[in-house]
Design a binder for this molecule. Structure first.
Ligand SMILES: Nc1ncnc2c1ncn2[C@@H]1O[C@H](COP(=O)(O)OP(=O)(O)OP(=O)(O)O)[C@@H](O)[C@H]1O
Ligand SMILES: [Mg+2]
Length: 253
């Protein structure tokens, strides 16, 4: 299902580690400026899929096209251009522990942009203020909470104004208010900056609010179970396990 109009598409993709295939039959095409959520039970392969879609890791088989580049045959130059045009938030945030938050966000700008130092600093300060960390710029990762580290990781992921951002569980561990503000930021990135966003999340209400499409990975079959708008998972004729996953999260506690 690779499509020329899509900014990200894959066809019969299979992913895994070493010789072990953990998920196969993944096919979808995502238009630019859309939000895609990847959901499924813990350990089913969401992070592995996110890394494969972004080109960070090689898949076990199938085809992926990102920003018009076929990842199976991408040259080093094309891979570098993908790194420049995309941002990635890792599940554990992966901030550099010896650098302040400001220096962490400046890193990709120093590596990939020609902007003067002063401008780099201003951009990094702006990105940190977007995620509500204006008062914590000079702190080290060891001096902040897990939720703040997530937000600093997001600021770093959007430092270069990427066309596509990959976010691995951006709202995990955040309180509801901060999580709601993060949803607002994700919607702003899509609606104002036309950014394409691929995120892994367990937060069903947040997915229903923000995502245009959703991939459900089914560990029982080891294959993609469904690809459709998240609201459709609430309908009784949806993929049964995806429906149960969504319906359960909707129940009042
Ligand atoms: N670097 C690795 N080497 C070998 N196996 C790995 C590696 N990373 C993950 N795995 C295995 O691959 C499978 C999928 O892992 P992955 O991290 O993609 O799951 P996930 O859906 O993101 O889980 P979670 O919701 O807990 O974050 C798991 O069985 C995991 O043990
Ligand atoms: Mg994961």
């Amino acid at each position: 299902m690779t499509s020329p109009a899509a900014i990200l598409s894959c066809s019969d993709l299979s992913i895994g580690h070493g010789h072990r295939v953990i998920m196969a039959g993944i096919s979808f095409a995502l238009a630019p400026g859309k939000i895609l959520a990847i959901v499924g039970p813990s350990g089913c392969g969401k992070s592995t899929l996110l890394r494969a879609l972004s080109g960070l890791d090689d898949p076990q088989g199938g085809n992926t096209s990102l920003l018009g580049i076929d990842l199976n045959v991408a040259s080093n130059l094309e891979r570098e251009s993908i790194l420049r045009r995309t941002g990635f938030l890792f599940q554990g945030s992966a901030l550099f522990s010896s650098l302040t938050l400001l220096e962490n966000v400046e890193m990709p700008l120093k590596e990939f942009s020609q902007a003067p130092r002063r401008e780099i600093r201003q951009i990094a300060e702006y990105k940190l203020s977007l995620v509500g960390l204006a008062d914590a710029m000079d702190k080290l990762p060891s001096e902040i909470s897990g939720g703040m580290a997530k937000r600093a990781g997001i600021a770093r992921a959007i430092a270069m104004d990427p066309e596509v951002i990959f976010l691995d569980e951006p709202s995990a561990g955040l309180d509801p208010l901060t999580s709601g503000r993060l949803d607002d930021l994700i919607l702003k990135l899509r609606d104002t900056f036309k950014t394409t966003i691929v995120l892994v999340s367990h937060e069903i209400p947040s997915i229903l609010r923000t995502a245009d499409f959703c991939v459900y990975l089914d560990p029982d079959t080891g294959r993609m179970g469904a690809y459709q708008p998240p609201r459709e998972f609430l309908l009784p004729n949806a993929h049964p396990k995806a429906h149960a996953f969504f319906a359960r999260a909707q129940l009042p506690t």
